[in-house]
Design a protein around this ligand. Structure first.
Ligand SMILES: NC(=O)c1ccc[n+]([C@@H]2O[C@H](COP(=O)([O-])OP(=O)(O)OC[C@H]3O[C@@H](n4cnc5c(N)ncnc54)[C@H](OP(=O)(O)O)[C@@H]3O)[C@@H](O)[C@H]2O)c1
Length: 215
């Protein structure tokens, strides 16, 4: 599911030698009524990968409200629009997998990416609560926090992206985590470790480092 039909069709034909059972859905996930209608039309769902996400680029300016809302519609609210329809189906059959694509950016918030980071942190909290509630009912909740991966989203980044992964390696790491039912998977490990370390620093030191990086 995505907005650009031509890209979906290309993917469908690329995957055709592996399986014919690929249906594509053209939908803007921020058009919530249409999105929920499309979800209701699905007959059976084993797993949903909540991947659609946007960034506003990196800016130190005050974020216009409309941009903030657009990002939250796609990165946060669309996920619940989908799950409001799918959760009852999962509950009924006592199985189902929900995969969130969060981000390492959810763990720390840079001055230039605070809106994106906050949206992904919201996802972490939502995923955690869903897991406590629905795991006893046979529903798996997987939260994946990737670092930088080459994609259209990161292509426009003008700054140095530490531990940048190529697209295939990133996708493989995500697939492996899903196959293994990892509840929480943050990668690359070295980047995750550095972020965890940064978070343990005293506030004045963190402020000093950020000031050096952004001025
Ligand atoms: N790349 C990274 O370094 C990185 C790191 C951490 C987390 N992530 C997360 O990983 C996910 C995928 O990112 P990506 O890097 O692959 O970005 P991307 O190359 O820009 O791909 C985004 C995907 O979401 C779809 N999408 C965007 N807005 C949509 C909308 N309104 N309705 C329906 N589909 C929409 C896009 O298709 P259409 O444009 O055709 O709709 C595209 O398939 C995002 O949630 C992102 O936040 C990425």
């Amino acid at each position: 599911m995505a907005r650009r039909e031509d890209r979906l069709q290309k993917l469908q034909s690329e995957l055709a030698p592996l399986t014919k059972n690929i249906e594509i859905i053209v939908c803007d996930v921020s058009d919530f009524d249409n999105l929920q209608q499309k979800m209701r039309e699905l007959l059976d769902v084993d797993m949903v990968i909540l991947n659609a996400g946007i960034s506003l680029g990196h800016s130190l300016e005050i974020t216009p409200f409309a941009e903030f809302k657009r990002l939250y519609d796609v990165n946060v609210l669309s996920n619940h629009a989908i799950l409001e329809v799918l959760l009852p189906k999962f509950l009924e059959k006592k199985s189902g997998k929900i995969v969130f694509i969060s981000s390492l950016a959810s763990l720390f918030s840079m001055p230039s990416s605070k809106v994106y980071s906050s949206s992904k942190r919201a996802l972490n909290a939502y995923a955690e609560g869903l897991r406590y509630k629905y795991e006893p009912h046979g529903i798996k909740v997987i939260n994946i926090l990737p670092g930088f991966i080459k994609s259209e989203l990161t292509y426009k980044n003008k700054f140095y992206m530490p531990f940048l992964l190529d697209t295939i390696s990133g996708a493989k790491a995500i697939k492996k985590a899903i196959d293994r039912d990892k509840k929480f998977y943050a990668f690359p490990t070295r980047f995750y470790f550095l972020i965890t370390l940064f978070k343990t620093l005293p506030p004045f030191l963190k402020q000093k480092i950020i000031k050096t990086l952004f001025h």
